[in-house]
Design a protein around this ligand. Structure first.
Ligand code: NAD
Length: 426
């Protein structure tokens, strides 16, 4: 019996033995989701959706049952590579909130940890890999997408090996640590005929999606300034985030990239020039290799200017403001996993009106993974493909060059749009 047939059998036996309900419930409990919500995700198909009678008056908002969700068999299978904070804290729990995704394999250097997590999420033991057996994912038909959640400089190697294994790739931000690596990742995925998406969760987050729509509809008039900050205070000086070889830089590629990417996708323009400074204190053991803060100005062809700041040595602070000729919008916090708040102002008949729209909070990671699954299922170009990550890296390189030379640095315009179609409301 081939590896492939064995795995197929192991998968189907596993699911018929334990049932998806139990596995999904385990995952949902780990995610803090109720067993009822998990059970709603186990419905075999939309036609079997349970309908409840409405008990409130017609003047009340109707109750909504989430879904329909796809049955386990129809969901896209994800292998999660790297079982660190993001994978365990956000990505795996978000699977239980997704409509189209399921975790089917894990890749980790720590087998005991992977076994515990596999048991929680109903992943068969035969679908646990390490970094040397990673390429054997090629023989696992349950895996359609590899989600890379490793330190930044490892993204290129695992994307290229994953593409060679014939799998679609969802890769965490920042895409890599050099533009050369970003291009190699794009080329490898193109050569293998697989999709490459960069996990820019903000572009799938409900408040950001609403703000993009308002800007495109001209609600704030011509954009003049975007002001953004994203800071957090790092502790452990030995962590990979503070090592240049693994992280590529300090706060800029990790959290500053949110400000840069937001300025690009909100304006739908590409900066032609940046001017930047970085701070790297000599007396702080955390910053022997990378910057503690980064400030940059990005100039766009329409005259729009983005003023962005990021820090690794200031208390958590996440803010974004868009200023147009006819109004402004801000998110405070911006870029957060939850609790993002959007408000905007506009002059109406001589009165400055402040709006705080009620936007239903949805899990950004579930939305982002569902987008990837739909792109695979329907053969679509992702909204945030490799080209989107490459452009951020090109601008990041220009930011570092400007900080080093003290001069403004020009950025060539990308040859083609870096983003695919807007994600559907899902
Ligand atoms: P982490 O340190 O918590 O986890 C990294 C994982 O990689 C660990 O399981 C570690 O064991 C493994 N690993 C393998 N080889 C390693 C090596 N040589 N050195 C260090 N670790 C190694 O990091 P994280 O916070 O989960 O970040 C992982 C990726 O996700 C990064 O690219 C980061 O930028 C990105 N990230 C994205 C978001 C987001 O909101 N989208 C948030 C956090 C992190």
């Amino acid at each position: 019996m081939t590896d492939e047939t064995l795995l197929q059998r192991e998968n189907s036996e596993y699911w018929s033995r334990r049932g998806f309900l139990r596995a999904a419930t385990g995952a949902a409990v780990a995610a803090g989701v109720s067993a009822v919500a998990a059970a709603q995700q186990t419905k075999p198909n939309a036609a079997d959706d349970v309908q409840l009678s409405q008990i409130h008056a017609a003047t009340e908002q109707p109750e909504k049952i989430p879904g329909p969700f796809e049955s386990r068999d129809q969901r896209t299978g994800f292998a999660i590579v790297g079982l660190g904070r993001l994978a365990l804290g956000q990505i795996l729990p978000a699977m239980a909130k997704s409509k189209y995704c399921k975790p089917v394999a894990l890749v980790s250097g720590d087998r005991a940890k992977a076994q515990k997590i596999a048991a929680q999420y109903g992943i068969p033991a035969g679908s646990i890999y390490d970094y040397t057996t990673y390429d054997q994912l090629a023989k696992n038909p349950a895996v359609q997408v590899i989600y890379i959640v490793l330190p930044n400089s490892m993204h290129a190697e695992y994307t290229i090996r994953g593409a060679k294994a014939g799998k679609h790739i969802l890769c965490e931000k920042p895409m890599a640590t050099t533009a050369h690596d970003c291009q190699r990742m794009i080329d490898a995925c193109n050569a293998a005929g697989v999709k490459l998406m960069i996990a820019y969760r903000s572009q799938y987050e409900a408040n950001d999606v609403a703000l993009v729509k308002m800007i495109r509809a001209g609600r704030f008039g011509k954009l003049r300034q975007i002001v953004a900050t994203n800071s957090q205070n790092q502790g452990d000086p030995s962590q990979w985030r503070l090592k240049k070889a693994l992280a590529g830089g300090g706060c800029m590629p990790d959290v500053g990239v949110y400000c840069l990417n937001a300025a690009r996708f909100l304006s739908n323009e590409e900066p032609y020039e940046v001017q930047a400074s970085v701070v790297q204190p000599k007396d702080d053991p955390r910053f022997t290799e990378v910057e503690s803060s980064c400030q940059f100005i990005a100039r766009f062809p329409s005259g729009l200017v983005a003023l962005c700041n990021s820090g690794y040595d200031a208390h958590k602070s996440q803010f974004l403001r868009v200023e147009g000729v006819e109004g402004w919008a801000e998110m405070h916090p911006a870029f957060a996993y939850t609790g993002i708040k959007l408000q905007y102002s506009k002059l109406v008949e001589g009165e400055e009106i402040l709006h705080a729209p009620a936007i239903e909070e949805k899990d950004q990671f579930a939305a982002e993974m569902d987008h990837m699954a739909l792109c695979v299922q329907q053969n679509l170009r992702p909204h945030t493909p490799g080209e989107e990550g490459l452009q951020d890296q090109i601008v990041t390189d220009a930011i570092y060059e400007s900080a080093k030379t003290g001069r403004a640095v020009k950025i060539p315009a990308p040859k083609a749009p870096t983003r695919g179609p807007e994600p559907s409301a899902g």
